[in-house]
Design a protein around this ligand. Structure first.
Ligand SMILES: Nc1ncnc2c1ncn2[C@@H]1O[C@H](COP(=O)(O)OP(=O)(O)OP(=O)(O)O)[C@@H](O)[C@H]1O
Ligand SMILES: [Mg+2]
Length: 224
């Protein structure tokens, strides 16, 4: 069984000889095939056959009865099903993880929960422009390098008027020069996670999209 999540549906009208009729066209995004042994989804790399049956509603799966393999301890289900979703924290820490969602969808709440979990085994620093993590959630402020040398959680607040991209760059350079590079050279780097809330605010503004901006074709010179 391959699970799809409906993303939209429209009722359309078609003319046929001698009359017309309405039909429903649905769009869906593939979630994948649920693997019971691994308790996870794997994408099915092909389209459904034309005419293949589509079943609506909550699919039942042996997964619902099997004892779930608790990775993060925060199992939730794919909406409308009993199929569990996990975040594999060790896999998430090996590379980059983006938490995307509309305003007030719970991005910061999820980030704070992940931070708490990760802080058991690594040094976690949250870069925060909003003041939420210390002010509303009571997390400790970042005060010095020693917090980066043992498991734990701290919040580095970027104050109004400071340039987020500059602060982040300076922070990264310092961590690299004073901690990460020497540790890497010794062959024993300490695990650290950096969480950037409102990450888009840390990307320097492009110089503009008008005339003569870097990366924008100069219309006058190229003769258009
Ligand atoms: N899983 C959840 N279930 C129910 N409510 C939640 C959940 N996660 C967060 N909330 C609530 O939703 C509200 C918004 O959460 P949060 O601040 O984490 O969202 P956000 O996506 O970071 O918002 P913003 O776009 O403003 O940064 C909060 O009141 C929070 O308590
Ligand atoms: Mg937020």
């Amino acid at each position: 069984m391959i699970v799809y999540q409906l993303t939209s549906g429209t009722i359309e009208h078609t003319d046929v000889k001698g009359g017309s009729h309405l039909f429903v066209r649905a769009s869906a995004t593939q979630i994948g095939r649920f693997l019971d042994a691994q308790q996870t989804f794997r994408r099915h790399l092909w389209v459904p056959s034309p005419g293949a049956p589509v079943l609506m509603g909550a699919p039942t799966s042996p997964a619902a009865n099997a004892a779930p393999r608790r990775r993060s301890g925060n199992a939730r289900n794919v909406i409308g099903t009993s199929l569990p979703i996990y975040i594999d924290l060790s896999a998430a820490s090996e590379g980059h993880l983006a938490i995307l969602g509309m305003t007030k969808m719970g991005k910061t709440t999820l980030a704070a929960r992940l931070a708490n979990r990760l802080a058991a085994t690594r040094a976690v620093v949250i870069l925060d422009l909003t003041g939420e993590y210390v002010g509303k959630r009571g997390l400790p402020k970042y005060v010095g390098h020693e917090q980066l040398e043992a498991p734990g959680l701290s919040v580095w607040e970027i104050l109004p008027g400071e340039l987020p991209a500059d602060k982040l760059l300076k922070f990264m350079r310092r961590i690299l020069a004073e901690l990460a590079t020497p540790e890497y050279q010794k062959g024993d780097p300490f695990p650290r996670t950096l969480i950037i809330d409102e990450a888009h605010q840390f990307i320097p503004e492009p110089a503009g999209i008008g005339f003569n901006a870097p990366g924008v074709m100069n219309h006058t010179k190229s003769g258009y």
